[in-house]
Design a protein around this ligand. Structure first.
Ligand code: PLP
Length: 400
């Protein structure tokens, strides 16, 4: 089938897409409408932690669809209860609210913090509502989560913003301290800024932030939409710094490709009253069944050590490429890594890699001088080497 036979113009135009329609996916591989195969280092935007269409997700969807798809959020269902128990048993949190996207989970976190700020007022008896977030942070595309994000240009795109999100600088504790006022209720950050260019918060900064927020009676919210669910080699990235946050949000990896997200909180923070939070699809058993299948794979004793091994292999390979081609090194945590190109050639590399034949390579350039790698967590060493070799070939050609 040819691309022009697809009537793509009926889709609302929100982004520039290449003239490719993906029809099949398996593990690290995608196949397009012409039968061409691509080695996929986007994986649904860091979503497919077990690769494309893994057997366990297929099985979970089919088995659950045969039982019950959605009894409504007004009733309990067994998969959401089981998944909430798995998540709390393997984290520092006690309560879970399920959502359908990272933005929605973060909206929930913002609401929960503001509710807590009504219950825990300042010394003047006023509600606290301000949440300190970070320049270059990314928390989603709803109006409130865009306001919480520090993406350049987003402050005016749909102005006016939701007020109450002053921006600090990542890894600069003094910049957070300066923004604390009697209106502040929380600090919210990504333990690794993903869309901002794969910038990890340092262990020292996370520990300092935990100390500061404890001393000033503020909540610490970690947005682990991208960094959670094994991506960094730990189940959750906050574990890398040995701290205990108050609220965490998850999406992307928890659904392994399907729309599933979660808002987690410690018991004393989980202060919603009936009617204050909800949603038609929230905690539906079909998606929750997938979440159970995914987390059970991640909890196998050999899984996270293998993520760490592959991350070390990828990191070493990227450093080798950087040295060979005179670049500026690499950074990241686990299997969320970036190659610092030193020049604004990222978008050009992405296009060349995708259009290579007979096999294409899908890469991402969140900033023009960076390439980001977010493979499936069960990527093989051979698939890492294949990508590194293809990228090397592109860099050699570009230097000619
Ligand atoms: N938070 C972080 C850290 C993200 O990386 C993203 C998406 O990239 C989001 C929130 C938004 O998630 P979603 O696109 O599922 O709404």
């Amino acid at each position: 089938m040819e691309f022009k036979q697809f009537n793509v113009n009926k889709l609302m135009y929100v982004t520039n897409r290449p003239e490719i329609v993906f029809t099949e996916g398996s593990g690290m591989w995608l196949t397009d409408h012409t039968g061409k195969r691509y080695l996929d280092y986007l994986q649904g935007w860091a979503v497919n932690v077990l690769g494309h269409s893994p057997q366990c997700i297929q099985d979970a969807l089919i088995a659950q669809a045969k039982k019950i798809i959605n009894p409504s959020p007004a009733f309990y269902n067994a998969p959401s209860i089981e998944l909430a128990n798995l998540l709390t048993a393997n984290s520092v949190f006690d309560r879970v609210f399920f959502a359908n996207s990272g933005a929605e989970a973060n909206e929930g976190a913002i609401k929960l913090a503001r509710k807590w700020g009504k219950l825990n007022k300042n010394s003047k008896g006023e509600d606290r509502f301000e949440i300190i977030t970070f320049d270059h942070g990314f928390h989603g595309r709803t109006i409130a989560t865009m306001s919480a994000s520090g993406k350049p240009g987003w402050d005016t795109m749909y102005a006016p913003q939701v007020p109450g999100f002053p921006k600090a600088d990542l890894n600069d504790l003094a910049s957070v301290e300066r923004l604390i006022s009697d209106k502040t209720v929380a600090v919210m950050l990504e333990p690794v800024q993903g869309e901002g260019g794969v910038i990890p918060a340092t262990r020292e900064f996370m520990q300092g932030l935990r100390r500061l927020t404890k001393n000033t009676n503020l909540l610490l919210i970690v947005d682990e939409v991208q960094s959670g669910m094994g991506r960094t080699g730990e189940l959750f990235a906050y574990q890398l710094s040995g701290i205990e946050p108050d609220i965490m949000t998850l999406a992307k990896g928890i659904g392994g490709g399907v729309p599933l997200a979660a808002l987690l909180a410690r018991e004393e923070i989980a202060c919603f009253e009936p009617g204050e939070q909800g949603g038609t699809y929230n905690g539906n058993p079909l998606m929750a069944a997938v979440g159970i299948a995914v987390i059970n794979k991640l909890l196998k004793p050999e899984f996270l050590p293998s993520v760490r091994d592959k991350a070390a292999h990828l990191s070493a390979g990227l450093i080798k490429l950087s040295d060979k081609h005179g670049m500026e090194g690499e950074r990241g945590e686990g299997l969320l890594r970036a190659l610092k190109l030193g020049r604004d050639i990222g978008p050009q590399i992405v296009d060349i890699a995708r259009d290579m034949n007979p096999v294409g390579l899908l890469l991402n350039s969140p900033r023009p001088n960076l390439l980001r790698f977010m493979p499936a967590l069960n990527v093989s060493i051979a698939e890492l080497d294949q990508m590194l070799e293809m990228l090397d070939g592109i860099l050699v050609k570009l230097a000619q």
